[in-house]
Design a protein around this ligand. Structure first.
Ligand SMILES: O=C(O)CCC(=O)C(=O)O
Ligand SMILES: [Fe+2]
Length: 339
């Protein structure tokens, strides 16, 4: 997804220039049609219906649903480097009850507040928890350096965290002989408050456990990786390539470090937005995951899981992408500093 690519430092180089038909709004058979020209509408509709098989519908609450898929060859070179972590069993898994309603509400609140000081001119915006990258107009800014963001997270709900951080920083400073007094700038305190959010760390841990457990790998060899970010999608027409989130892609190709991708949805398909279903593009048929608040969809990041997101046609869609790697060199810190 292009919104993910935007938050990567390598992003501009790896954005594949999409062709006009390289879009999630068409089924694979339509994309490959060698006969352009007028089509019969009913045939298109029936083809599309037949080609879309729901893997997880919005209306159902799924405690756990999974499907195993043969792994692609994408992992072959890494198998001996990261034994015990590289997927041997590939697939997809859905958990609707892993993340609580209040955790979703807290995360949605952060997403809304964070994105309220930025946002793309086109329809797709991101806020990266780790790097601070925030969509802003046709580009990106660092939220931690943004004047408007300085008082964004200083409300009551962050008070305790701030005190804890200040205390622990002061303690740390006093322990280091000759250390300069700890001065926490306003911008840093925003960053710390933001990073300190227990919810983010807690949710990340739950997803980490669930993925390791489901795919039968060791937790200690699986790391959070960059980018991990909030996304907000609206039907506003795209202004730059970064707004084009609907192109089919393989996460492991887009981001070399990814081995396991997870998505936590913060809004409901059919209620808060229309379109915007996640689609696994398989040879036999496409499988859809309809976003549902609190739904975690996790999958191995190789080409066995080619996917795309349908264009959002109404409302606003919020999600978080949380990605994991087996490579310690690509590990990032948890989004909390003082748990
Ligand atoms: O938001 C989604 O449902 C999927 C996003 C995606 O494919 C990605 O971030 O790579
Ligand atoms: Fe993706």
């Amino acid at each position: 997804m292009t919104v993910k690519q935007r938050s990567s430092q390598k992003s501009p180089g790896i954005v594949k220039q999409p062709s006009k038909t390289d879009t999630c709004s068409h089924s694979s058979s339509e994309r490959e049609s060698p006969h352009p020209g007028p089509r019969i509408e009913w045939r298109r509709i029936i083809t599309r219906l037949l080609m879309m098989v729901p893997f997880a519908a919005q209306k159902e609450e799924i405690s756990k649903r999974s499907v195993e898929i043969s792994c692609s060859k994408d992992y072959a070179d890494e198998l001996r480097h990261f034994q015990g972590c590289i997927p041997k069993k590939c697939g997809r898994v859905i958990f609707d009850t892993l993340v609580t309603t209040s955790e979703v509400a807290a995360l949605l609140n952060i997403a809304e507040r964070g994105l309220s000081v930025g946002g793309s001119t086109g329809g797709a915006s991101i806020l990266d928890l780790h790097s601070g990258a925030l969509s802003h107009g046709n580009a990106f800014v660092n939220i931690f350096k943004l004047e408007e963001a300085k008082n964004l997270f200083n409300a009551q709900d962050f008070k305790i965290y701030r005190l804890k951080i200040m205390k622990s920083l002061k303690k740390l400073g006093s322990k280091i002989k000759g250390a300069a007094p700890v001065v926490v700038t306003k911008a840093e305190s925003v960053r710390l408050n933001f990073g300190e959010l227990g919810t983010c760390g807690h949710v990340k841990n739950k997803i980490h456990h669930a993925i390791a457990n489901h795919f039968g790998i060791s937790r200690s060899g699986l790391y959070l990786t960059h980018p991990t970010f909030f996304s907000r999608i609206t039907p506003v027409p795209p202004q730059t390539i970064h707004d084009e989130y609907w192109h089919p892609h393989v996460d492991k190709e887009t981001y070399e470090s990814f081995h396991y991708t997870s998505l936590l949805y913060l809004s409901d398909f059919g209620h808060h937005f229309d379109g915007g279903r996640f689609i696994f593009i398989d040879k036999d048929s496409n499988k859809t995951v309809e976003p549902r608040r609190g739904r975690v969809s996790a999958f191995t990041s190789g080409s066995e899981n080619l996917h795309c997101v349908e264009r959002v046609t109404g409302g606003t869609r919020y999600a978080i992408t949380v990605s994991f790697t087996c490579d310690p060199n690509h590990a990032i810190d948890d989004p909390t500093v003082n748990r």
